[in-house]
Design a binder for this molecule. Structure first.
Ligand code: G3P
Ligand code: CA
Length: 268
């Protein structure tokens, strides 16, 4: 047999195996625990600068039921919304968020004249519609006590039950659970970590990147079999075909930069 024919047969065999793998996963897929929701990542930065009140307001105005944001602590212990530990990428300020007070941080322009919002400001913006908040605690190792501060603030504002708190730092997720057993928590997964069974702190939601679900669609069934929802984030771009693929395999939420396109795909 010629080398070319051997290679062609091997390729055909590989393709058949891959097809069988996805066909089996498809046959065993589970429906979402609740109707899948669109979650505006950093408020949905297509419409306004990321993680600003303008972005969140735009998401709420378009009927997005849940927004994602990132939080840090200021030097005077306030919970502030910004993605990075430093100011340079998203504002005209410089330096570390943790080195400045809330008042000092408020002087910087976060894009189009927007100011960095405190978490409490986002809660007040969300309250009229009752929209849910997916709050990511960023770099919690830099902020001892941030878990207590975030939980207390949300409880005092009467909005904790409309929130899911998530982190890539699983010790942070465990501390949140210890402090508030009834809080809804999400465990974030890095690219390549394909096993979502029994996440830290028995989190109610597992949050893998889309790549992980592409490689292992069975992880959605695993999470559902344990009663957990699956919120998917996107590490390298989004596309309608990807939204549809995730929908087919029953994910519970898309943490998307383009809520309108994701909603359209979920509706289709
Ligand atoms: O919700 C998860 C997602 O936000 C993680 O990525 O870098 O945008 O915070 P990042
Ligand atoms: Ca985030």
């Amino acid at each position: 047999m010629s080398t070319t024919r051997t290679l062609a047969r091997l390729l055909g065999f590989g393709a058949a195996l891959v097809a069988a793998y996805y066909a089996t996963a498809y046959a065993r897929r589970t429906p979402p625990l609740l109707p899948p929701r669109v979650i505006a990542h950093r408020g949905g930065p297509k419409e306004a600068p990321e993680n600003t009140l303008a972005a969140f307001a735009s998401a709420f105005a378009r009927g997005v039921p849940m927004v994602e944001c990132d939080v840090h602590l200021t030097r005077d212990g306030e919970v502030i919304i910004i993605h990075d530990e430093t100011l340079e990428r998203t504002t005209n300020g410089t330096g570390w968020v943790m080195d400045q007070t809330l008042a000092e941080l408020k002087q910087w322009d976060a894009g189009n004249g927007e100011r960095l919002p405190a978490l409490a400001e986002l809660v007040e913006l969300a309250r009229p519609s009752g929209a849910e908040l997916l709050i990511e605690l960023k770099s919690p190792h830099l902020y001892p006590g941030i878990e207590f501060k975030v939980l207390t603030e949300l409880e005092d504002l009467g909005y904790l039950d409309r929130c899911v708190l998530q982190s890539f730092d699983w010790d942070c997720v465990r501390r949140l659970r210890q402090l508030k057993p009834s809080a809804r928590l999400g465990a974030l997964y890095e690219v390549g970590n394909l096993d979502v069974s029994w996440p830290p702190a028995d989190a109610e939601f597992v949050c893998p990147p889309a790549e992980n679900v592409l490689l292992n669609p069975n992880l959605v069934r695993t999470a559902h079999s344990e009663g957990r929802g699956v919120f998917v984030w996107f590490s390298r771009g989004e596309a309608p075909w990807l939204y549809r693929y995730l929908k087919v395999f029953g994910v519970d939420g898309l943490i998307t930069d383009d809520p309108d396109a994701a909603r359209e795909a979920l509706r289709a």
